[in-house]
Design a binder for this molecule. Structure first.
Ligand SMILES: *Cc1c(COP(=O)(O)O)cnc(C)c1O
Length: 411
């Protein structure tokens, strides 16, 4: 029975030739020579483009796709993405700067997040970026800063819905939240937006992240559309954008199945006539981070030592939680599970064994794979951790223990 249980999430997105993983057509060993050092992150531009193409194929043509760049803010990735998607969502002035360096038009860039400073808001207003306002206080600050700059700010209201995205590993809407304005308070805010003359774009309704369950996403899309329609009645002008969020999940762990994107698309197609009828001037936006990039990236570290302790084999590597907190299980996971990983230069070797892959940090939390079956590895071999294109480097405490930072390459 136990051997029918999946050992890891799908990891078939890259070619394997002569037992060596190929990233962007380059053998992993060669790529390690090119980066000149390990550890490194490598992102495959073709895989990213294919993923966006799949979204275009399965979702209704009317849906605008935005990239939520906090998932992977590497400037080269964002630059690549700008040629593929319809907009970029940023969450800080730092991200906004990277997004504005791409050819994306500022009106297609939106800025969300609680706790925006006056300096950040001023930059956004001056750039012509849409500010997704997260509170009434932020609205008043935006209005004041717009007056001061002599520019009419483009704004949307981020709504904290009165429902949750079920089965989501990270809930960001429903109940009491620091994100957005409670739905029942939005009508009064819309009246105020009209009085103070902000340039009203529409609504941003994001309720959660990392969802693999079609029924939960379908329910959330239906409720989000209804909420958008009912709030539109209070708007000071036509709704030009209804951002219905995202939350499409990625299979990270043993037993996770890829999201049935076609089913999500069919449901959205069914909702389109009502959306067009009730909100004729609105672009419908879906914003995605990890779904666009996670599976296009790997994290690579080198085995420094193969160590045996009381019958258990440890592969001690030069990489670990300081570079890849999520793979160590310390980025919001409740129960630690293994990310898919292989010995990247010895994939499918006949001699395999059960090993734990650990990093160089002086903490037992520094664990990349816990008792996982892999090809037999020696010092010098390369460990590749899959599903690492999102929330990797920039979501990790790189300063912890003062090791050097990893390299990032887009191939
Ligand atoms: C983080 C975030 C996203 C991206 O979430 P993913 O799970 O990476 O798709 C999208 N929108 C908002 C508002 C976010 O905060």
């Amino acid at each position: 029975m136990s051997n029918t249980r999946p050992k890891h999430a799908p990891m078939n997105q890259f070619l394997i030739r002569d037992n060596c993983l190929q990233i962007g057509g380059i053998p992993l060993t060669r790529l390690a020579q090119r980066t000149g050092k390990t550890p490194f992150y490598a992102y495959d531009r073709i895989r990213i483009a294919e993923r966006v193409a799949l979204l275009r194929q399965e979702l209704p043509a009317e849906i605008h796709l935005h990239y939520a760049m906090k998932a992977n803010p590497m400037p080269a990735v964002v630059q690549h993405m700008a040629s593929l998607v319809d907009g970029i969502d940023v969450a800080s002035a730092g991200e906004m700067k990277v997004a504005l360096d791409t050819p994306m038009r500022p009106a297609q860039i939106s800025f969300a997040g609680p706790g925006k400073t006056d300096a950040e808001l001023s930059c956004a207003i001056a750039a012509g970026v849409v500010v997704n306002m997260e509170s009434e206080q932020e609205m008043e600050r935006v209005a004041g800063l717009g007056d001061h700059l002599g520019i009419r700010p483009k704004v949307a209201v981020r709504v904290n819905p009165d429902f949750e995205l079920k089965s989501s590993s990270m809930k960001m809407g429903g109940g009491a939240k620091q994100f957005g304005v409670d739905a029942e308070r939005v009508p009064a805010m819309l009246a105020r937006i009209g009085r103070i003359g902000l340039d009203f774009e529409g609504f941003h309704i994001f309720s959660g992240s990392q969802n693999l369950k079609v029924s939960a996403l379908q329910e959330s899309h239906e409720k989000t559309l209804q909420l958008g329609i009912s709030l539109a009645r209070h708007a000071p002008g036509p709704v030009r954008v209804l951002n219905i969020g995202g939350g499409f999940g990625v299979p990270y762990f043993p037993g996770d199945e890829p999201l049935d994107l076609a089913a999500v698309g069919r449901n959205l197609r069914r909702l389109m006539p009502e959306a067009k009828r009730e909100l004729p001037e609105a672009r419908l936006v879906i914003e995605l981070g990890r779904y666009m990039v996670a599976e296009a990236g790997i994290y690579v570290c080198r085995v420094l030592e193969r160590k045996e302790s009381r019958g258990q084999i440890f592969l001690i590597t030069d990489g670990g939680l300081h570079h890849h907190l999520a793979a160590s299980g310390n980025f919001g996971q409740v129960i630690r599970k293994n990310y898919p990983a292989v010995v990247g230069n010895k994939v499918g070797h006949s001699e395999s064994e059960t090993v734990s892959v650990v990093g160089p940090l002086c903490t037992p939390l520094d664990l990349l794979a816990d008792r996982m079956e892999m090809s037999r590895a020696e010092a010098g071999d390369l460990i590749a951790v899959f599903q690492s294109g999102a929330y990797g480097l920039t979501a990790s405490p790189t300063a912890f223990l003062s090791h050097p930072a990893p390299v990032e390459v887009l191939v």
